[in-house]
Design a protein around this ligand. Structure first.
Ligand code: GLA
Length: 370
């Protein structure tokens, strides 16, 4: 029996920048999906999800297009198989697989990317494909585009596959260059799930992406073709030319331009363990996501307030938004007290059932030890 583990992620900063050729800084967290699998001698792939108590079967030799598959986890598995098969020109080996996940679904912690990463690593091992991690991440991203209909960036899949324990992953999504950035050992990463399920996430996500593309089109009219993506707009150029872009694309673009600059400043602050700067940047990121990108919600705003009131170094919403979770950085020495206080403060402000997870920064997906 083979076992693969693949972690979820929180993003410390750099939200909605990855499909604008920008920068991100996610961390793989100790909330994981596991796949237990037995290779078969044919091309059938039978997957049972323990979490959902649901079983589906795919024939890898004749994979149906996404619209012929039921919605849900099997689309991601089929998507990964389809993309890996297209890339390698091979039919993958069938498996009998069981999925177990400690990752809350719909909390914005990339449970779908973890599922994709787990199957990508599994088939890479079973079929001895020897694909590098970045290639696997790109194939998983394609799976998400084509089989789940979400035009996501590369962040979640890269985090689940490329992170290293104790580090955040700095990814330049244009060059796809990465750097492992140590997280100060005195800091704990807390995931604060608001309990508010993400609503309308897919359509709103794709709409935000289209609005960014619209802003790029408008900026090209003034600045020329050298603006390929919002990544190419400096803070100064943004201040000068964004007023020419129509709303709401103008505010969407202002968020992305500012957020890219914040990621670079955050990297520097993290290296110096500069708590004041980390706090200021996380708060500025959250405010920009709330006011300019409009992907926050009352519960995420209240959770950020609760975390700050409970003494976090910094806190902000993480992931796509529209519900889901916040990330907070907390002095380890104050962790116990923080968890109690933040929960109390949030409950006093919101009707949803929160969940707090103190997470370690773990390695990206791999075969389980032993
Ligand atoms: C989702 C997407 C990512 C990224 C974030 C927002 O998690 O899958 O690619 O765009 O939203 O930063």
């Amino acid at each position: 029996m083979l076992c693969v583990r693949a972690p979820g992620r929180v993003n410390l900063i750099g939200e909605h920048t990855d499909y604008n050729d920008g920068y991100v800084l996610p961390v793989a967290i100790s909330l994981e999906t596991r796949v237990y699998a037995q290779p078969r001698t044919d091309a059938l792939c039978q997957v049972y999800s323990e979490t959902l108590d649901e079983q589906h079967t795919l024939n890898l030799a004749e994979l149906p297009p996404p619209e012929q598959l039921p919605e849900g986890f099997i689309r991601y598995v089929a998507g990964v198989a389809a993309m890996v098969q297209r890339h390698t020109g091979r039919t993958l080996t069938g498996v009998d697989a069981t999925l177990c996940s400690r990752l809350p679904l719909g909390a914005g912690l990339s449970s779908s990317a973890a599922l994709e990463a787990a199957f990508a690593v599994l088939w890479d091992a079973i079929d001895d494909l020897r694909l590098d991690r970045l290639t696997l991440a790109r194939l998983c991203q394609q799976a998400e585009h084509q089989y789940a209909g979400v035009r996501c960036g590369l962040m979640d899949q890269a985090a689940s596959l490329l992170c290293q324990a104790g580090h955040a992953l700095f990814l330049d999504t244009r060059t796809q260059a990465t750097q492992q950035v140590p997280i100060p050992s005195a800091w704990a990463i807390v995931v604060a799930d608001t309990g508010k399920p993400r609503a309308l996430a897919e359509s709103d996500y794709n709409l935000r992406r289209a609005q960014c593309e619209q802003a790029v089109g408008a900026l090209q009219d003034v600045l020329g073709e050298s603006v390929v993506a919002l990544r190419d707009v400096s803070a100064e150029a943004g201040a000068q030319y964004l007023p020419l872009v129509e709303e709401p694309a103008r505010r969407r673009a202002r968020h992305v331009v500012g957020e890219n600059a914040r990621v670079l400043a955050f990297l520097d602050a993290l290296r110096r363990a500069d708590t004041a700067q980390v706090r200021a940047l996380m708060l500025a990121s959250h405010a920009s996501l709330r006011d300019d990108y409009e992907v926050s919600c009352a519960e995420l705003d209240r959770m950020v307030e609760a975390c700050l009131q409970a003494g976090a170094i910094g806190a902000r919403m993480t992931g796509a938004g529209f519900g889901g979770a916040c990330v907070a950085l907390v002095e380890r020495a104050r962790l116990e007290r923080f968890l109690q206080d933040a929960e109390r403060f949030y409950r006093a402000r919101a009707a949803y059932e929160p969940r707090f997870y103190a997470c370690e920064a773990v390695d990206g997906a791999g075969m389980c030890a032993g």
